[in-house]
Write a protein that binds this ligand. Structure first.
Ligand SMILES: [Zn+2]
Length: 383
């Protein structure tokens, strides 16, 4: 067992990072981890942090390793934003912290999980620390791609690019780490297109599997304009449900924790002004988080929807590439029978456009309706 055990399908990266741990000359003070969502960027950064702290270079068993991996090591700070952006005040605090010597470990490590969400001013503040590095401090920034990080930061960091792990490797991880049984692990890894977090959720949550199945089924049902409007509304609703299911409990817990900290009575109908303003601030933060979450959920559904058109195209072209949805073969066959390859590409483009527009803050329902209208099939394929 080593610290790298959960970083699956990334052998070249493990080699580079463990070399840096062993060889002082191969070490540098700023690293930039990029790779597709769910490929293990933050897992890689945490494992690297653990290996740097571990007296044996990453045994995976000692106290240094365990605390660095679970985020409780005194010298490993993990910054994961819940909001839409990381503000300049947050980075200023980090920069101050980065100037300190490690308190117990061999290095002070600061991991920023969503470096793509740094505002321009926040990135500028960070740049100062990267330009004048403190000797035992290591920055690890994670982002989907190089383009998501400003060039000045990029040019001062060593780049580590993760690849999409093979389906089989993700399935094995789910079996070993999460105790999922073999066939389910394989199904989930394939359906999630190797997104590790998503695969885990699909494997363990039946509701998530049902919602995914409903999204896939939608592709063959859009015949008339009315169906398109309905499909858009359904997609938005599925995302809403998924989003509410995962945030409601947490929002309520945060609220009662805040009231407790302030010594307020949680059952009181009205709260004194100073508590009201604190509550309002929390609600604002939660609303930002909900917006981001709902947007992420719509995007995830659209990726699922794309997978069925992608499969139909694979079939249509007679390619031997593995299908993502072998369990929805009737729908894949149906689409490949009524659409030409060009039309299937058109459908994929329509979904990509909707994703881009939602990402650019177009109201989701509006973008989804425009998309669904372009996905109409000549006849209902379910009969
Ligand atoms: Zn260790």
């Amino acid at each position: 067992m080593t610290v790298w055990r959960d970083l699956v399908g990334q052998e070249p990266t493990v080699e580079v990072l463990s070399h840096a741990v062993r060889t002082e000359g191969a070490m540098t003070h700023a690293w930039l981890f990029t790779g597709p969502p769910g490929s293990g960027r933050s897992t890689a950064a945490r494992a690297f942090a653990a290996a740097l702290q571990c007296p044996q270079g990453g045994c995976g068993e000692c106290r240094e390793c365990r605390t660095a991996l679970d985020g409780s090591h005194a010298d490993v700070k993990v910054v994961a934003t819940e909001g839409l952006s990381i503000q300049v005040r947050d980075t200023r605090d980090l920069v101050q912290e980065s100037a300190l010597r490690p308190s117990v470990g061999r290095w002070r490590v600061i991991i920023i999980e969503d470096a793509d969400r740094l505002t321009e001013r926040a990135a500028d503040a960070l740049l100062k620390a990267l330009e004048e590095p403190t000797p035992r401090t290591v920055w690890m920034l994670c982002a989907p791609s190089l383009e998501d990080v400003i060039i000045t930061i990029r040019s001062r960091s060593r780049h580590i690019r993760l690849r999409t792990p093979p389906v089989q490797a993700v399935a094995e991880l789910l079996e070993r780490r999460d105790g999922v049984d073999g066939p389910m692990a394989l199904h989930a890894a394939r359906a999630a297109q190797s997104h590790i977090g998503l695969a885990r959720r699909l494997a363990r949550d039946e509701g998530a599997r049902i919602r995914r199945r409903d999204v896939i089924a939608m592709a063959t049902r859009i015949v008339g304009v009315g169906d398109a409007i309905d499909a858009a509304a359904d997609l938005a609703q599925i995302a809403d449900e998924e989003s509410t299911a995962s945030t409601a409990e947490r929002d309520a817990a945060e609220r009662s924790r805040l009231l407790e900290t302030l010594g307020a009575d949680p059952t009181a109908r009205t709260q004194p002004p100073h508590i009201r303003s604190q509550l309002a601030a929390l609600e604002k933060e939660q609303k930002t988080r909900a917006t981001r979450h709902a947007r992420d959920m719509v995007d995830r559904s659209l990726v699922d929807l794309m997978s069925v058109y992608r499969d139909a195209l694979v079939l249509r072209l007679g390619s031997t590439v593995d299908l993502i949805n072998p369990d929805a073969m009737d729908k894949v066959r149906g689409l490949s029978a009524v659409f030409s390859a060009e039309q299937l590409l058109g459908c994929l483009d329509a979904i990509t456009e909707a994703r881009d527009r939602i990402n650019a803050n177009v109201p989701p329902l509006l973008a989804l309706e425009a998309m669904a209208l372009q996905l109409r099939v000549p006849r209902d394929l379910n009969h």
